[in-house]
Design a binder for this molecule. Structure first.
Ligand SMILES: Nc1ncnc2c1ncn2[C@@H]1O[C@H](COP(=O)(O)OP(=O)(O)O)[C@@H](O)[C@H]1O
Ligand SMILES: [Mg+2]
Length: 259
């Protein structure tokens, strides 16, 4: 599925006082199977944009269109948030089965598919555990399995690893790139952590400060599978420096150029 974000902007109304223009006009596409990371300073409208793409929030202008790939009975998007991702009263497997129940998948298939996805994210043996019995990294693995199990056209992730400690976060970046390479899903990944964006993405879209507009779209031409050692290679470091500069407002056009 190809996702097209067309002229989307968002102003929040306030009961008293002026509106907040959270997001300026943005236009971009996410190609079938592409991993796009969206970076920008805190408060620039990243979560607002993700919620609009997810259909959880109406834009003030513009629209989001989904093209191609038959989506018969499949949701267009599924979201992994930073926290509050799992139902505490359901087991890990029960959480992953949830979306499949909503889709009307037969009971036997639900169990099989839930177990397959849990194995893919490295949670084999933890199916009967409850969220409070899991580490932060394991909770996010379960949330990823739950989102992928419904076979969405686009996986949306809003700072999914921001609450994790540094080591777990690095492990999860590797895990996510492995999962992405294994599933070839389209992904829109939001982060304010630039090294993570460069490590994971095929393309990094840099937003300006609030109201966020696209400063630049940067294609990340690094080989896959992505491995930890890429982080010490000069071309990886060059991407970091370039994108740090763009986020600070150095270089690049005010509107996105390039691919
Ligand atoms: N529901 C809301 N009502 C009013 N203002 C909001 C709401 N959600 C976010 N905002 C404001 O919109 C701006 C962008 O927020 P957000 O999209 O969460 O940014 P980011 O995810 O990039 O940190 C911020 O100034 C924030 O305070
Ligand atoms: Mg946010």
């Amino acid at each position: 599925m190809r996702t097209v974000v067309e002229g989307v902007s968002k102003a929040y109304d306030h009961p008293k006082g002026p509106q907040t223009q959270a997001l300026g006009r943005v236009d971009f596409a996410i190609e079938e199977g592409e991993f796009v990371a969206l970076v920008g300073p805190s408060g620039c409208g990243k979560s607002t944009l993700l919620n609009i793409v997810a259909g959880l929030l109406a834009p003030s202008t513009g629209r989001v269109r989904f093209h191609g790939a038959s989506l018969n009975g499949r949701p267009r998007t599924a979201v992994v948030f930073q926290d509050l991702a799992l139902f505490p009263w359901r087991s890990v497997e029960g959480n992953v089965r949830y979306g499949l129940e909503e889709l009307g998948v037969a009971r036997r298939d639900r169990r099989r598919r839930a177990r397959e996805w849990l194995a893919l994210v490295g949670l084999e043996g933890f199916e009967a555990h409850y969220p409070h019995q899991l580490s932060g990294g394991m909770k996010q693995r379960a949330a990823i399995a739950r989102a992928l199990a419904v076979d969405p056209g686009l996986l949306l992730m809003d700072e999914p690893f921001s609450a994790l400690d540094a080591q777990t976060r690095m492990d999860m970046q590797l895990e996510l790139s492995r999962i992405y390479e294994a599933t070839a899903k389209s992904v829109l990944y939001i982060t304010h952590y630039i090294p993570e964006a460069v490590f994971l993405a095929d393309r990094v879209i840099v937003l300006t400060g609030r109201p966020g507009v696209i400063r630049e779209k940067v294609r990340v031409d690094l080989p896959r599978p992505r491995e930890e050692r890429i982080k010490v290679e000069p071309r990886y470091v060059e991407y970091l420096e370039r994108i740090w500069g763009l986020v600070r407002g150095v270089g690049g056009a005010a509107e996105g150029t390039g691919s």
